[in-house]
Write a protein that binds this ligand. Structure first.
Ligand code: GUN
Ligand code: FE
Length: 426
């Protein structure tokens, strides 16, 4: 059925500029965008109008890197760098998710807060625990959101409470692959080796076989922190770079891979990531919290890498993607004070918005824009009065910088209004 959504429409078909239609209509048929028009002609006289005049209508946000079980530790431990932070906080937190009651409580909160923030699609790490990971997948299916979720694989260099045998890790992963295919149509399974130091060569090889056999996507961490990069070099002296370790084991399928951080890539790695059409999840808030570094987003874009945004909760401290859009711009400005980067133009608002909508959305299909043929994933935003006669683009800027996700009033996924998840049970 055809419907028309009326409001101030703004989106980014390209990273260069916004497409804006003040007081326009998005025509949506069976969940898919048909057209964006300034007025409804005679042929549309009978079409039902969902009138959101005065509000912004923007594409939903997509978070390409987030850790669901780390939600309890959000905001903790940022005097540490990555490896001590993992030991002191993250592994302690994640071990608690062996308890199904903990998973039930915290995964519900996590999903409600993502909904609140307007994050409609996301790629999440769970923990290594099969039962609680499955529960997250079921709850996500019930929520109306459309994520990819992975059971984390880790069979080396972790505390006893958070380590599994290679065989068990592979068997549990395959169980969840089947279960998701049968029972959670809106929640896909993504193969999730934690990072190279956590996974033995045997495990990576087995996971690579599952990726090839079931044609699955992969997510992991890459070149986040200099101590981590040195550790990978020690663990795999025969493979020239960190990125090539994933590639070597079949964990970089073309167009189906998300790698978080990618701060310290060398030339060979950049070429490999471009060739494999890897989605780089840029997590600027996390990278500053853990003093990992500043990813050179401008350079990556100029060399044709696909850069999307990730909250990386809980190394990032909030889910709200408006914070991450702003932080990615701020980080790109800070980078200009570092020798060698003075001449690089910082990210522009449209570029950062594109990363959080269309670039991230492309990992999920035709998602993240209002071009014809895209899934209608949309947010209705009431960002305040217009004393200053602001343009639609300026109102979007004010929303992203000053109001944030709290100004979101409605969320639509694939054309359907998504109510607050689990509301009847709270
Ligand atoms: N590297 C390995 N595990 C993690 C994690 O949980 N968070 C971040 N930011 N980096 C990692
Ligand atoms: Fe992460």
């Amino acid at each position: 059925m055809l419907k028309a959504y009326r409001g101030d429409i703004i989106f980014t078909p390209t990273p260069q500029e916004f497409s804006v239609l003040e007081d326009g209509f998005v025509l949506v048929e069976d969940g898919t965008v048909k057209d964006v028009v300034g007025s409804l002609g005679a042929e549309y006289a009978e079409v039902p109008v969902i009138d959101r005049s005065g509000c912004l209508i923007i594409p939903g946000f997509n978070d390409l890197h987030v850790h669901a079980p780390q939600y309890p530790q959000a905001g903790l431990g940022f005097d540490c760098e990555l490896l001590p932070w993992l030991d002191r906080y993250t592994f302690v937190d994640e071990a608690r998710f062996a308890d199904p009651d903990v998973a039930e409580r915290w995964y519900r909160r996590f999903l409600v807060d993502l909904w609140q923030a307007g994050t409609l699609r996301f790629s999440a790490f769970a923990t290594l625990h099969t039962a609680s990971t499955w529960r997250l997948m079921e709850l996500a299916q019930e929520s109306g959101l459309r994520p990819l979720i992975g059971k984390v694989n880790m069979d080396r260099n972790a505390p006893d409470s958070l380590i599994e045998s290679t065989a068990q890790s592979l068997a549990d992963t395959e169980t969840l692959i089947h279960r998701a295919a049968e029972r959670t149509p809106n929640v896909g399974f993504i193969v999730t080796p934690r990072f190279v130091p956590s996974t033995t060569p045997e495990l990576m090889e087995g996971l690579g076989e599952l990726v090839a056999h079931y044609h699955l996507p992969v997510q992991s961490h890459l070149d986040e922190n200099r101590s981590e990069v040195a550790w990978v070099r020690d663990l795999h002296p025969d493979i020239p770079t960190y990125a090539q370790v994933y590639e070597h084991y079949g964990l970089m399928p073309r167009g189906r891979t998300v790698m978080a951080h990618c701060i310290w890539l060398n030339d060979a790695e950049r070429a490999l990531l471009r060739d494999r059409q890897v989605t780089v999840a840029h997590c600027a808030q996390s990278n500053l919290n853990l003093q990992s570094g500043i990813m050179p987003a401008r350079r990556y874009l100029d060399m044709g890498l696909q850069v999307a945004l990730g909250s990386d909760v809980a190394a990032g401290h909030v889910l709200d993607m408006t914070r991450h859009i702003v932080m990615s711009i701020e980080a790109s400005k800070a980078l200009r004070f570092i020798p060698g980067h003075e001449d690089e133009r910082p990210l522009r608002l449209a570029e950062a918005f594109y990363m959080a909508t269309k670039q991230g959305g492309s990992f999920f299909g035709r998602v993240g824009s209002f071009e014809s043929g895209y899934d209608f994933d949309a947010l209705v935003v009431r960002e305040g009065d217009n004393l200053l006669d602001l343009s639609v683009e300026e109102r979007l800027e004010r929303f992203l910088y000053a109001k944030g996700g709290a100004a979101i009033e409605e969320r639509y996924v694939d054309g359907a209004l998504v109510p607050r998840p689990f509301a009847e049970k709270e």
